[in-house]
Design a protein around this ligand. Structure first.
Ligand SMILES: [Zn+2]
Length: 56
């Protein structure tokens, strides 16, 4: 079963965000604006955050 959503923690400010694992757009932190994820080959490439939890 593929996990569709990832709960991530912004490396810059520590706030939580939810990222779609196949996001096709750049995702930015809603608090500090840091780039959290960039699209890469059909899946999200997490660049500015760490995964806290994989959500169903
Ligand atoms: Zn942030």
């Amino acid at each position: 079963m593929a996990k569709n959503f990832l709960k991530v923690i912004c490396k810059d400010c520590g706030s939580e965000a939810t990222v779609f694992s196949r996001a096709t757009t750049v995702i930015s932190c809603g608090v500090c604006g840091a780039t959290l994820s960039i699209p890469s080959g059909g899946k999200a490439n997490l660049v500015g955050c760490t995964v806290s939890e994989a959500l169903e």
